[in-house]
Design a protein around this ligand. Structure first.
Ligand SMILES: *[C@@H]1O[C@H](CO)[C@@H](O)[C@H](O)[C@H]1NC(C)=O
Ligand SMILES: *[C@@H]1O[C@H](CO)[C@@H](O)[C@H](O)[C@H]1NC(C)=O
Length: 430
């Protein structure tokens, strides 16, 4: 099912209708789904090779999740419809174009209003590559949910960008594009909110499930079935410092300190807040070099008892013989890490998220140093975030991105509640 506009190409009468529709509010234009005000749920799959997460919402084909992505993009059939340059979605698609698109082909921005179809600039969050593509109308599908089971399938119209097949490099095998979940009206959750009449928020329970539109969120527990949405801590969501006031960028929070085993890591931030980004395109948390050094040193000084593996397994710097580390219900029994957030809450990282099993016998400290080109010149100063929380550290935590309240909600490691993100009941309720 596609929106009525999809078939309008070249028909003058319909063009008039579209120009009229273009002045209506965004949701009026985009409405037409059949979700009946229910949130949508979709299974998430983690790709072993790339460590990226995908959801199969595009004719059953996977799209990779990108928390900083502005667009939904995929390869297209030759017969795809095109959005017109003066339609609202085209303006939205061109509101923010990553600077690297300009550098790669100089074509970004500026001229999208002219000609007979809208050009967008899909961006690949891992390779940093960009390519021009037609903005098109398509259909995506997921299941309505009551928070504990899928209920029935829902197909909804969506605006997406086409992309050349070459832009798929470094995505999981079989993936046909990216589902952007960033701060734009063309991000997937914003389009679900507009078409399904649900809240502009989404929840990730990596590596297994994503919910668009709000709670409750119930997992199979051994004893009871609490709504995990009621058990979240909250912190203010911020926009990228470089894009302050702009529409681009992903999700940022701010911290005042980092602790290992409740001892503050000495960081050269001179009292300025530490900017922390959340990224689904980074497999392991990255720390800016000025933060990584003291952080790893603090960890290494405290975690003395396990037997180290030398040399460590790349890309990690500290690896241990896993049989020499104890375990508890939060994973390996290792020092806690707290990221103390500016507004009082703390993002705790326990053994289940701080170490990663790299083979049967070896577990590594799952943090890496940010590459210098990403960290930018003069890393104290405003360029790169101090910390980019990656996929591994979000796994088995419920993380809720609420754009309406500009809040991030997070559960902490669900092992503490004796469940995991793999315990969503995907059996369709009768
Ligand atoms: C999963 O949901 C189905 C449908 O509601 C239900 O019959 C089944 O008992 C649930 N499974 C568990 C383990 O709770
Ligand atoms: C969702 O629907 C299923 C099947 O009707 C029911 O067992 C379950 O309790 C419902 N969950 C919520 C949170 O309403």
């Amino acid at each position: 099912m596609s929106s009525p506009q999809a078939k309008s190409k070249g028909k003058p009468l319909l063009l008039v209708v579209i120009s009229f529709l273009a002045v209506l509010p965004w949701h009026t234009l985009a409405s037409g789904g059949g979700g009946g005000g229910k949130p949508l749920v979709t299974a998430v799959t983690k790709d072993g090779a790339t460590k990226l997460y995908t959801i199969a919402v595009k004719d059953g084909h996977p799209l990779a999740l990108d928390l900083s992505g502005e667009l939904v993009w995929s390869t297209c059939d030759a017969s795809h419809s095109t959005v017109l340059p003066y339609e609202r979605e085209c303006v939205e698609a061109n509101r923010y174009t990553p600077p690297s698109c300009w550098m790669q082909y100089g074509g970004a921005g500026g001229d999208y209003r002219y000609g007979n179809k809208c050009t967008a600039h899909p961006y690949h969050g891992v390779t940093g590559k960009c390519a021009p593509g037609d903005l098109t109308r398509t259909a995506l599908a997921a299941d309505a949910t009551n928070g504990s089971n899928p209920l029935y399938p829902v197909t909804f119209p969506a605006v997406a960008s086409c992309a050349p097949g070459s832009l798929l490099a470094s995505l999981p095998a079989g993936a046909v594009g990216v589902a952007g979940l960033g701060r734009s009206d063309l991000a997937l959750h914003a389009q679900v909110a507009a078409t399904q009449n649900v809240a502009k928020k989404f929840a990730l329970c990596l590596p297994s499930v994503a919910v668009f539109g709000g709670g409750p969120f119930v997992l199979i527990f051994p004893y009871s079935r609490p709504d995990i949405m009621q058990k979240l801590s909250y912190t203010a969501l911020r926009r990228s410092p470089e894009l302050a006031g702009g529409n681009g960028g992903g999700y940022y929070i701010t911290a005042k300190s980092i602790e290992v085993n409740h001892h503050q890591v000495p960081l050269p931030n001179h009292g300025a807040p530490l900017v922390v980004q959340l990224s689904s395109m980074v497999p392991y948390t990255e720390l800016r070099p000025d933060v990584y050094g003291p952080f790893v040193k603090a960890w290494d000084e405290i975690l003395q008892w396990p037997k180290k593996v030398a040399p460590p397994v790349a890309p990690f710097e500290l690896c241990y013989e896993s049989r020499t580390i104890g375990s508890n219900r939060l994973g390996y029994a290792v020092p806690d890490i707290n990221i103390n957030l500016e507004d009082g809450a703390a993002w705790y990282i326990f053994g289940g998220n701080s170490l990663v099993q790299v083979d049967d016998a070896t577990a590594c400290f799952a943090f890496v140093e940010m590459r210098l080109e990403k960290a930018g010149a003069g890393y104290g100063g405003g360029g790169a975030p101090a910390v980019v929380i990656g996929g591994h550290q979000m796994e088995h935590n419920l993380v809720v991105f609420d754009e309406e309240k500009q809040q991030l909600g997070f559960s902490g490691l669900l092992f503490g509640l004796q469940t995991t993100c793999s315990n969503f009941n995907f059996t369709v309720a009768a």
